[in-house]
Design a protein around this ligand. Structure first.
Ligand code: ADP
Length: 354
């Protein structure tokens, strides 16, 4: 069990690339933190600095109030699970899990206790005498987690552990990792580019872009109260719809005579933006069928429980998420509206929420 304090962490690689700028966060004991963002945004670098696999260029890392900034990886009491879980093919599952403890000269009785505990938690008790090649991908990933669990670390780090698995297996492993966290109650920090994993696993999400933290918040907060347009765009699938439009008095005026009437609250929020273009943004599920706006249908994707209607409102490309199985044809014009309390406005210059 551990709490972590990351203070002004910076990583500058040889050659001058600043991969992480001024990362600040306090992580509570037992929290499940997910770092999410597009490829190259600095999430693995941040994780590797916590693990001690990358030097910290500047800033401080405290684990349980102990300064670990320059501590070697082996002394940090952290276990890491990677995407590429490389098990030893010639060893049994039991031996794979026992290996790191044997290296540390832990007694055979203690090793047995720890391996059996991990195998029990992970549902691997019947697999212990098998070799890795006899196991499915999901079981092998569980063994990789088992190798981390036996070490009884203060913190678990996961670097994209599910990205090599197929979609169905990813979903079931996601649930297993969440249940594992419920059982172990250990602090976990998990890196992924997949916003669904972030929303479903995290107690708190850290959204990153270009080496900078964009927002830290609960899944509810980052989804419903994005701090800037990047978070609004990145979290949620399909993404938010964005319309660039100009505030003119009581209305927003956009492409092809798009007009949106502002209510009192919106007018107040946008009072400094008169005659200035802003981003009007709304999630696909918050465009409703029926209303004063016309949407021209391009195509429909049926996903069973819901349908995605791709189309155009006044030259703005949009996606609408409608419940159930809707039937429209390409070229149909349908009436739609925007859920008032779900509209976000973003500053066009720096992207911050207005
Ligand atoms: P992510 O995990 O979000 O995909 P990374 O942390 O791996 O991103 O990388 C962040 C940035 O640092 C990228 O621009 C990447 O090219 C750069 N980078 C990563 N590792 C190294 C390295 N060993 N040397 C130099 N640059 C690196």
């Amino acid at each position: 069990m551990a709490e972590l304090h990351l203070k002004n962490l910076v990583k500058i690689y040889d050659g001058g690339v600043t991969a992480v700028h001024d990362f600040n966060m306090d992580i509570k004991d037992g929290e499940f933190i997910v770092l999410v963002g597009p490829s190259g945004c600095g999430k693995s670098t941040t994780l590797r600095m916590i693990a001690g696999l990358e030097d910290i260029s500047s800033g401080t890392l405290l684990i349980d109030d102990k300064d670990c900034t320059s501590l070697p990886a082996k002394d940090r009491d952290i276990a890491m699970v990677f995407q590429n879980y490389a098990l030893y093919g010639n060893m049994t599952i039991y031996e794979n899990m026992a290996f790191s403890l044997a290296l540390r000269k832990v007694s055979p009785e203690e090793i047995h206790k720890k391996v059996m505990y991990a195998a029990d938690v992970l549902g691997l008790v019947d697999q212990l005498n098998k070799k890795p090649k006899e196991l499915s991908g999901g079981q092998r990933q569980r063994v990789a987690m088992g190798r981390a669990i036996v070490r009884d670390p203060k913190v678990f780090l996961f670097d994209e552990p599910l990205s090599n698995l197929d979609a169905k297996l990813r979903n079931s492993m996601r649930r297993e990792i969440k249940l594992l966290h419920h059982r172990l109650k250990t602090t976990m920090i998990y890196v992924t580019h997949d916003q669904t994993e972030a929303l479903t696993l995290a107690d708190r999400i850290v959204v990153m872009s270009m080496g900078r933290v964009q927002q830290i918040g609960t899944p509810y907060e980052v989804y419903n109260k994005p701090r800037n347009a990047f978070v609004g765009y990145f979290i949620g699938n399909p993404s938010m719809n964005f319309f660039e439009a100009r505030v003119i008095g009581d209305v927003l005026v956009g492409k092809n005579d798009f007009i949106y009437k502002l209510n009192e609250d919106e007018k107040r929020r946008l009072s400094k933006y008169d005659n200035v273009p802003v981003l009007f943004a709304i999630r696909p599920e918050n465009i409703t069928l029926g209303g004063d706006y016309k949407l021209k249908v391009d195509l429909i994707e049926h996903l069973g429980q819901y349908s995605l209607i791709h189309g155009v409102i006044n030259e703005y490309q949009v996606i609408v998420k409608a419940a159930g199985w809707v039937n429209y044809n390409q070229g149909d014009i349908i009436d739609v509206d925007f859920k008032k309390d779900k509209i976000c406005f973003f500053d066009l210059d720096d992207g911050h929420i207005i």
